[in-house]
Design a protein around this ligand. Structure first.
Ligand code: ASP
Length: 318
């Protein structure tokens, strides 16, 4: 008789950002490529989980695929800052031991989530920024370096031109940053040992300046994992920081015994919009319940449930 314990359920969810996703502007061909890239990210994460790998490795693998895909605002395809550059942020968290790594304002690392993982594994710190984070990257030959314009795409350049045109028209308009984001990527995973992990990576918001950093690299705001659940966020980062969204969802599950879906809906559809923000989250609990919640018109997303069923979606009602 086998002494092995029964295999636990595996689950994975990913996102490629929330926002106003207009079918007409997007077009069928682009939508198909986005579904295909979401599928590739699911495959990459699931391959790790299915071979007995850790949730931490799975979220890193899935996010790397999304960082390399040009449609998403992370890695190649990241949005432009006001001075026409790219400053990237990422974080990763291991729910079993509450270990975390994060980087912000980095300019020359192809896969920021890999650097965040190195911070988690190889440094005594959690969060490194800017030039210091790049120096830390120099110590790791496995971290691929690229010139800053490697992240540029024409679509993102046009978004910067449009954002700056609007800003010139009215300072008022520049205060409403709605729609200046979407495309941040993230993943949450549950592995065969029952451990959870989460990761998030972004270029931030179009036309950002003054070293602006959003929620994505902030542990507790944009990313969280503990023994009960894992959460990755996307949306208007200032509001996600002010509502400490990822941790608030986890705290409701842990301290109040809320179902994950109720906790995520209360925060994403209640707290954040009540304060003026919008966006979405993906979340997973230790039973493999997958939750994808958005207050925006769309969120690129994908999932694999413990029963093996899987899917990808773009619009809110998909
Ligand atoms: N939350 C990200 C930020 O504020 C943007 C996004 O999710 O698209 O930097």
């Amino acid at each position: 008789m086998s002494t092995q314990s029964p295999r636990r359920p595996l689950a994975l969810a990913i996102h490629g950002g929330a926002g106003v996703i207009d079918t007409a502007t997007l077009g069928d061909a682009a939508a198909q490529r986005i579904h295909a890239d979401l599928d590739r990210a699911l495959d990459a994460g699931h391959a790790v989980l299915a071979s007995g790998g850790s949730a931490l490795d799975a979220v890193e693998a899935a996010v790397c695929v999304l960082e390399d895909a040009p449609h998403f605002n992370a890695g190649h395809g990241a949005v432009f800052t006001a001075d026409g550059r790219h400053e990237l942020d990422a974080s990763i968290m291991d729910g079993q031991h509450r270990r975390a790594g994060a980087v912000a304002g980095i300019a020359g690392v192809r896969n920021p989530v890999r650097l965040a993982r190195r911070v988690l594994e190889d440094s005594p710190h959690v969060f490194l920024i800017g030039a210091g984070a790049e120096q830390f990257a120099d110590l790791h030959p496995d971290i691929e370096r690229v010139p800053n314009d490697w992240f540029s795409t024409e679509v993102r350049r046009l978004q910067l031109v449009e954002a700056q045109r609007q800003e010139q028209q009215a300072w008022e308009a520049s205060q409403d940053l709605r729609g200046r984001y979407f495309g941040t990527v993230g993943a949450v995973a549950l592995d065969s040992r029952g451990h959870l992990a989460a990761a998030t990576s972004t270029g931030g918001m179009t036309n950002k300046r003054w070293g602006r950093v959003g929620d994505s690299p902030l542990i507790g705001a944009g990313t969280w994992a503990d023994a009960h659940c894992a959460v990755s966020c996307t949306g208007w980062g200032e509001y996600y920081i002010r509502n400490v969204v990822a941790h608030d969802i986890a705290a409701r599950v842990r301290y109040r015994g809320d179902r994950l879906r109720d906790a995520a809906e209360d925060v994403v559809l209640g707290e954040v919009p009540a304060h003026g923000g919008d966006g979405g989250v993906i979340a997973l609990d230790r039973d493999g319940n997958v939750v994808l919640v958005l207050s925006t018109r769309g969120m690129y997303r994908g999932w694999i449930r413990p029963d093996g069923s899987r899917g990808t979606a773009i619009h809110r009602d998909d």
